[in-house]
Write a protein that binds this ligand. Structure first.
Ligand SMILES: [Mg+2]
Length: 392
C-alpha cells in the first residue's frame, strides 16, 4: 500500500482559512482527512505540506510513527516550529483516519478503546461568532451576562470568554475592574452550576496576568487561560502557585519537549495542546502520557474546522486525562454543510456520543469547500492607545 498524493484544500471560513489535508492512497476509495489550519499563515502551511509530501509519496501510510519521525527529523530542520508542526499535524491526522478505515474501526479503538461514555463540549461566548467573542465593547460588561445566558439556553454547561482586555505592560485599576465586572456579570447570569472560563490570549504581561488572576479568583473560574506569554513559562508557574484557580496554557506549543518543560515547572493545571499544531494525533498521545504522569488535565485547543474537532473527539474518547472539548458552532452559517460527522451531539448538556464509523468518521464535501476558496483572513492588528504594538 502506498501514499499517492497529499493535497492541501483551503476553505475560507471568515476568521480562518480552514486547511484540510487529503492523503490519497493507491487503494481505490481509500483516503484520509486531516486539518492544518493556522490563521494568517495559510500560504506558509500549504507550502510546508507540499515540502513534506516529497518525503511521503510512495511510502506505506500504515507506518504512521515511522512517517512521523521522517516528517519531524528529516530535511535537517526539526518540525517543532509552528508552520511545519502544523503541516506535520495535518498529515498525521489524515494517516490515522486512513488506518482506522483500513481496520474498520473508529480511531479511538486503535488506541486502547473507549475510556468514557461521552465528552462535554464548551462553547465560545457567542458560539464562535467573531464579533461576540473577540470584540465585545469594553464599556459593556452586561453583554457578557447576556451572551453567557444564551450559551446556557443553547444547552452548554461550560463556556469561555475573553473578559480580560488588552493591556499595556503595566496599567492601573481600570482594566482589572472591567474584567471583574464582566466575570461577575457572567456568574450572576448563570449561577454556580455552570463552568466559566476566561482566556487572556497571553495578552497581559506577567504582572498584569497576576493582577487579573488574583482579581478573578473569587469567581471560581473553571480555568484561567494563557495569563501571560508562554515564552515566560516561569511566570505562568508563579501565577499558578499564587492562586487556587486552575491555570491553562499550551495552545501555542509544539511537541513533547515544550510540554515536558511546562509540566516540569508545574506551570498549569490544564494543558491545551492543539492537535492541528502540536504534531497531530501521534504527538498529542505522547503529550497525554506526560500529562498523566503529573495528573494534569488535557483540554485541547480547538477553535478551527470540523476535522480538528473530529480528531479532538476521537482522542478524547481514548484519553483518561481529557477534560472537555472546545467547540465553535456559529463561526460560519454553512459549517454543517462542509462535513458529515460520525459522532452525535446531544443538545441537552452539549455532550458528544462516540463515533462508530471507521477512522475519524467524517467525510468532507469538496463541492461545498469549492464554494469558499481562499481569501485573506480579516486582519487582526492590535495597537495600544499610544500607537505601540499590542497582543491581539
Ligand atoms: Mg486560547
Amino acid at each position: 500500500m502506498k501514499i499517492t498524493g497529499i493535497e492541501a484544500i483551503v476553505c475560507h471560513a471568515r476568521m480562518r482559512n480552514w486547511i484540510f489535508v487529503k492523503v490519497q492512497t493507491d487503494q481505490p476509495g481509500l483516503w484520509g482527512w486531516g486539518e492544518a489550519t493556522l490563521e494568517w499563515h495559510t500560504r506558509s502551511v500549504v507550502g510546508a505540506i507540499e515540502d513534506l509530501a516529497t518525503l511521503l509519496i510512495g511510502e506505506d501510510p500504515r507506518r504512521i510513527e515511522h512517517l512521523w519521525q521522517m516528517m519531524y527529523r528529516q530535511h535537517f530542520w526539526h518540525g517543532n516550529g509552528i508552520v511545519r508542526g502544523t503541516a506535520i499535524s495535518g498529515i498525521d491526522i489524515a494517516l490515522w483516519d486512513i488506518l482506522g478505515k483500513i481496520q474498520g474501526v473508529p480511531c479511538h479503538e486503535l488506541w486502547g478503546g473507549r475510556v468514557r461514555d461521552y465528552i462535554r463540549l464548551y462553547s465560545h461566548l457567542g458560539g464562535g461568532k467573531m464579533e461576540d467573542f473577540y470584540e465585545t465593547d469594553p464599556e459593556d460588561a452586561s453583554r457578557f451576562g447576556e451572551l453567557a445566558h444564551q450559551a446556557v439556553e443553547e444547552g452548554f454547561t461550560a463556556f469561555k470568554s475573553m473578559a480580560v482586555p488588552e493591556t499595556m505592560v503595566l496599567e492601573g485599576l481600570k482594566p482589572v475592574r472591567y474584567a471583574e465586572a464582566c466575570v461577575r456579570s457572567m456568574r450572576e447570569a448563570v449561577g454556580d452550576d455552570i463552568d466559566i472560563m476566561v482566556d487572556c490570549h497571553a495578552r497581559p504581561s506577567p504582572r498584569m496576568g497576576m493582577l487579573f488572576a488574583k482579581a478573578l479568583e473569587p469567581y471560581n473560574l473553571y480555568f484561567f487561560e494563557e495569563p501571560c506569554w508562554p515564552e515566560t513559562m516561569d511566570d505562568i508557574a508563579a501565577i499558578q502557585q499564587a492562586v487556587k484557580t486552575p491555570i491553562a496554557s499550551g495552545e501555542r506549543l509544539t511537541g513533547i519537549h515544550a510540554f515536558r518543560d511546562m509540566l516540569e515547572k508545574r506551570a498549569v493545571s490544564v494543558i491545551q495542546p492543539d492537535i492541528t499544531h502540536c504534531g497531530g494525533l501521534s504527538e498529542v498521545r505522547k503529550i497525554a502520557a506526560l500529562a498523566e504522569a503529573y495528573r494534569v488535565a488535557i483540554a485541547p485547543h480547538n477553535p478551527q474546522g470540523p476535522v480538528s474537532t473530529a480528531a479532538s473527539i476521537e482522542f478524547g474518547f481514548s484519553s483518561s486525562s481529557y477534560l472537555i472539548c472546545e467547540s465553535v458552532h456559529q463561526d460560519v452559517p454553512w459549517r454543517d454543510e462542509v462535513v458529515r460527522e460520525g459522532f452525535t451531539v446531544e443538545k441537552e448538556g452539549r455532550i458528544v456520543r462516540p463515533n462508530q464509523k471507521p477512522g475519524l468518521g467524517i467525510e468532507i464535501d469538496e463541492a461545498v469547500v469549492k464554494k469558499h476558496p481562499f481569501e485573506q483572513e480579516v486582519l487582526q492588528r492590535s495597537f495600544y492607545p499610544d500607537g505601540s504594538v499590542g497582543d491581539w
